[in-house]
Design a protein around this ligand. Structure first.
Ligand SMILES: Cc1cc2nc3c(=O)[nH]c(=O)nc-3n(C[C@H](O)[C@H](O)[C@H](O)COP(=O)(O)OP(=O)(O)OC[C@H]3O[C@@H](n4cnc5c(N)ncnc54)[C@H](O)[C@@H]3O)c2cc1C
Length: 414
């Protein structure tokens, strides 16, 4: 492991697994576990800087936020997903640096999880400890300029190298990779057999200083400034079976498992951020006056706040349900899609409601409300757009297939 910087905060004891019952997390939105993470974030992260700050990342990593769901025999804290969710919810409530928190959660549930679940001992020994300590960063690269929602159309190919067995040459372009511009290593999804569509996709774990790998600059973006994202170009990169993550052709299932976990869990900090926004909005409605009345006494304003609370509570219930189902080993495809859809859409709606309650003040950068809206909008895209979540839900309910009526069918006569 690389040398650690000792100036950082000590591990946060409240992040360790403690036998939390899912129902306790569900029913107590001021659970001590969440409050401990919130207080830590307020003390050690506070408000957001203009850009990603590596020292802040390492501080969070060394407090244990990246280690929560990694098994103890791999150097992690062995937490359940519900436990991790509660801590991440607190992290989101305690700091307005939503970008940094998003990047921590994204790396935890996509890159690290795929690495832990499918990595060989050699791959884990090389990367995991450094990543958990915040010394190295990992990217998870599936999206391409022409393949976001539809992964079966990725164009990055791994062509078998005729000169050597069990080796390929990788060529293609990955886009929007969270932490990509800073990544030391990335999981790259490439087609080893384009004739098989998604079942021909394989995952490779590749260090970003390998010849032929070119990491692009951070792309400027509307929100989440603490979470840089960018392109990764692959130009005839030599890879062998030692670089495979999982088996040949397992890429789509590795991706699907990670994305499902992301859908269920990536929004935990968003719950905390919305809670913060709700508190600010209540404060504004009960103190700001229009004429001789506080604005909260207008039903139009108070109902917006009621809707914000409703959106938050509904999101919380769905998100914890998805995490609890995942912890008990049940399928979470439906629960995760519903949780992602509800949380991301209601975060945007809630931020817009808060903007309205704040009036012109909300439009100023200093009030911090517009930043919440900009961060929330990112959530409509990552881990699959809202349209894709609706497709998943409709598909699981069996309503998305055309059913033809026969001429003799009496229903057809109506
Ligand atoms: C902040 C952020 C971080 C990201 N991080 C990563 C990362 O780390 N790794 C990574 O691989 N990717 C990442 N992405 C990319 C993200 O996964 C894609 O943006 C997302 O999958 C959508 O793909 P797209 O942007 O290409 O949109 P498209 O797929 O081109 O979709 C455009 C529009 O068409 C609609 N549409 C497309 N297909 C359908 C359909 N079948 N049915 C109905 N509507 C449809 C979409 O809903 C959308 O409205 C990130 C994106 C963001 C915003």
């Amino acid at each position: 492991m690389s040398a650690q910087n000792t100036e950082f905060a000590a591990p946060l004891e409240a992040l360790a697994s403690d036998g939390l019952q899912p129902i306790d997390a569900l029913l107590n939105d001021q659970h001590p576990r969440k409050l401990a993470a919130k207080a830590w974030a307020a003390d050690h992260l506070g408000s957001a800087p203009d850009d990603f700050d590596r020292l802040r990342w390492q501080r969070a990593a060394q407090a244990g936020f990246l280690s929560m769901v990694v098994p103890t025999d791999r150097g992690g804290l062995g937490c359940t997903l519900v436990e991790a969710m509660l801590s991440f919810e607190g992290l989101g409530a305690g700091t307005s640096d939503s970008g940094l928190v998003y990047a921590l959660v994204s790396q935890t549930f996509a890159m690290q999880r795929a690495l832990v679940d499918h990595g060989t001992d050699k791959q884990l020994d090389r990367w995991l400890a450094d990543i958990l300590a915040g010394q190295s960063m990992g990217g998870f690269a599936m999206s391409e300029p022409g393949a976001g929602s539809d992964i079966s159309s990725i164009q990055t190919v791994a062509v078998a190298d005729n000169k050597q067995t069990n080796s390929w040459r990788l060529t293609g372009q990955k886009s929007w990779v969270t932490l990509g511009p800073l990544a030391d290593v990335a999981i790259i999804f490439a087609s080893t057999d384009p004739s098989k569509g998604r079942w021909g996709i394989s995952a490779f774990l590749i260090e970003t200083d390998r010849p032929g790998v070119q990491v692009g600059e951070s792309i400027d973006r509307m929100g989440l400034r603490g979470a840089p994202f960018g392109n990764i170009a692959l130009n005839d990169v030599a890879v062998t079976s030692d670089d495979l993550l999982g088996k040949v052709g397992a890429g789509a299932s590795i991706f699907a498992a990670a994305v499902e976990a992301e859908r269920a869990l990536l929004y935990a900090p968003q719950l905390g951020a919305t809670e913060r926004l709700l508190a600010l909005t209540i404060e504004r409605a009960t103190t700001h006056r229009a004429g001789d009345r506080t604005i909260g006494s207008f039903q139009a304003v108070s109902h917006r706040i009621a809707d914000l609370k409703l959106g938050l509570e509904a999101s919380r219930l769905l998100a914890y349900k998805a995490a609890a189902l995942a912890d008990q080993g049940s399928s979470v495809t439906l629960a995760a899609a519903l949780a992602k859809l509800q949380t991301s859409e209601s975060a945007v709606a809630g931020a817009l409601d808060a903007m309205r309650v704040f009036g012109a003040e909300g439009y100023t950068v200093g009030a911090g409300i517009e930043a919440e809206l900009r961060h929330a909008i990112a959530g409509l895209n990552f881990a699959g757009t809202s349209d894709i979540q609706r497709n998943v839900v409709a598909g699981l309910l069996g309503v998305d297939r055309p059913r033809r009526t026969q001429p003799s069918d009496p229903d057809a006569q109506r």
